[in-house]
Design a protein around this ligand. Structure first.
Ligand code: SDX
Length: 439
């Protein structure tokens, strides 16, 4: 029997259907609310509102669970690669060896960037943030790779998807080289996805880059942990922009812009800046903890808290272990990691953080890992964007394949002035003066 909820409006009873997700989460379906009752709902930040039904990622914020297509992220981090996880997210199943080989060949075939795009990179001001460059260049891809009418929509999407996955990685490394005035390093057919990125970033004609398999593994784990996270801010941006039937490059460019924000993907850069500040102050973290707890201070402890996780973010747990192993191998230790661990220890014992369910999130340790690998601070969020790409793509694809799909257009509650007449400019000042005199 269909489950429903009852609401009474002006003495009249209405029943709204309830649906249950595959993990038992119960949802009130309000898609017919306005038609039935004339009412809409208000939910700033959508903390209580599901925008879609999805088969891609499951997050349980109370139990600290994250699964991609049903597979726990911890297992993928341990056994999989980023390319294989990207295939899983986009296609719904882990690939056979044959499917994986074909996917890898396609990624390799699409790894070059049109030579004319280099001029774009060369003409950005050197102060430009790599996230602003990346969102512009991803949008520019449509100009260089226009739709080919003879191709079917399915073929067009498949090629665009592999182009984006491969070229975004190449463009990120290219912008880094060009900004440093160094020779661009091209992708190599004999290197895997992550190894190619590291080589394009750090190889040089005078100092060949030795590819360290432990760093390649660490980068794969970093990207796997970032690959998708249900309807986060940037994914919601990709779905909203994509709902207007714009091309995928433009929708992804919108996602990159949303991820740039310090409350979202920009937090990994902000965490390292915050922890470096503590290091400069001789390790005293008390002032920042006090500011984070001060209701009158907008400062937030970067890398802490989450809209969904009210316990430890499972990704932060894995990231912390990878930090330990990479740092052990490379430099022995990083004072910033010691400070981060100390900060976590103090915060998790503090009633404020306990009462607010504030734990380390994915960004808390990720920046320290990227720093150890040698990624420059202002590219941390770019690395997050490369990782999130398969998630954005799979969510976009699910939305356009949804038979019930329609353009996203939220309602609002109007609280502005009632109807009033236009006032000719000569009469306006008097009005405000009269109003001021009255007050
Ligand atoms: C990501 O959504 C996703 O899935 C995102 C992400 C993904 O994979 O896509 O997981 C990636 O964006 C991780 C989050 C990275 N951002 C940060 O680390 C920035 C610091 N964190 C906060 O800004 C905050 O925790 C958010 C933005 C992450 C979540 O904010 P919410 O859910 O809107 O919660 P809120 O701001 O309403 O805070 C609720 C309470 C407030 O206190 P009260 O007014 O209720 O007393 O918790 C407090 C806040 O002051 N609070 C914090 C805090 N985070 C929340 N206080 C101090 N430090 C913090 N970090």
């Amino acid at each position: 029997m269909e489950q429903t909820v009852k609401i009474v409006v002006d003495g009249k009873t209405f029943r709204l259907p309830m649906i249950t997700g595959s993990e038992g989460e119960r949802v009130i379906d309000i898609s017919g609310l306005r038609k039935e009752t004339g009412l809409v709902t208000l939910d700033p930040g959508f903390a209580n509102t599901a925008s879609c039904q999805s088969r891609i990622t499951f997050v349980d914020g109370e139990r600290g669970i994250l699964r991609y297509r049903g597979i726990p992220v911890e297992q993928l981090a341990k056994h999989s690669t980023f390319v294989e996880t990207a295939y899983l997210l986009i296609n719904g199943e882990l690939p056979t060896q044959k499917q994986l080989n074909r996917f890898s060949v396609l990624l390799n075939d699409h790894s070059l960037v049109h030579e004319d795009m280099q001029a774009f990179f060369q003409n950005f001001p050197r102060s430009a943030h790599p996230m602003g460059i990346l969102s512009s260049m991803v949008n520019a891809l449509r100009a260089f790779y226009p739709e080919i009418p003879e191709r079917s929509e399915e073929e067009e999407i498949d090629i665009t998807v592999t182009r984006l996955l491969s070229k975004v990685r190449t463009m990120a490394a290219m912008s880094y080289k060009i900004f440093r005035g160094h020779k661009v390093v091209y992708p190599r057919h004999d290197l895997t996805y992550a190894a190619n990125f590291l080589n394009m970033m750090f190889d040089s004609p005078v100092r060949p880059y030795d590819i360290d398999e432990d760093l390649v593994k660490a980068l794969n784990v970093f990207w796997i942990l970032h690959a998708d996270h249900e309807q986060n801010c940037s994914t919601a941006a990709v779905r909203v922009v994509g709902s207007a039937k714009v091309n995928l490059y433009a929708a992804i460019s919108a996602g990159i812009c949303a991820l740039w924000g310090p409350l979202h993907g920009g937090a990994n850069q902000a965490v390292v800046e915050m922890v470096s500040q503590i290091h400069k102050n001789g390790g005293d973290m008390a002032p920042l903890i006090a500011r984070a707890k001060d209701k009158n201070d907008p400062f937030r402890l970067m890398g802490f808290g989450h809209r969904v996780y009210k316990t430890y973010d499972p990704r932060a747990r894995v990231m912390k272990k990878v930090c330990d192993s990479v740092l052990c191998k490379l430099t022995g230790h990083d004072p910033l990691l010691d400070i981060a661990k100390g900060l976590e220890e103090v915060a998790l014992k503090d009633p404020y953080f306990i009462d607010h369910h504030l734990y380390p999130n994915v960004d808390f340790y990720s920046g320290i890992l990227l720093r150890a690998i040698g990624i420059p601070l202002n590219m941390f969020t770019v690395l997050f964007a490369i990782g999130r790409l398969p998630g954005w793509i799979s969510q976009w694809r699910e939305s356009i394949d949804d038979p019930g799909w329609k353009i996203d257009r939220p309602r609002q509650v109007y609280i502005g002035p009632g109807e009033r007449d236009y006032v000719p400019i000569k009469k306006r000042g008097r009005q405000t003066r009269r109003k001021d005199e009255k007050n």
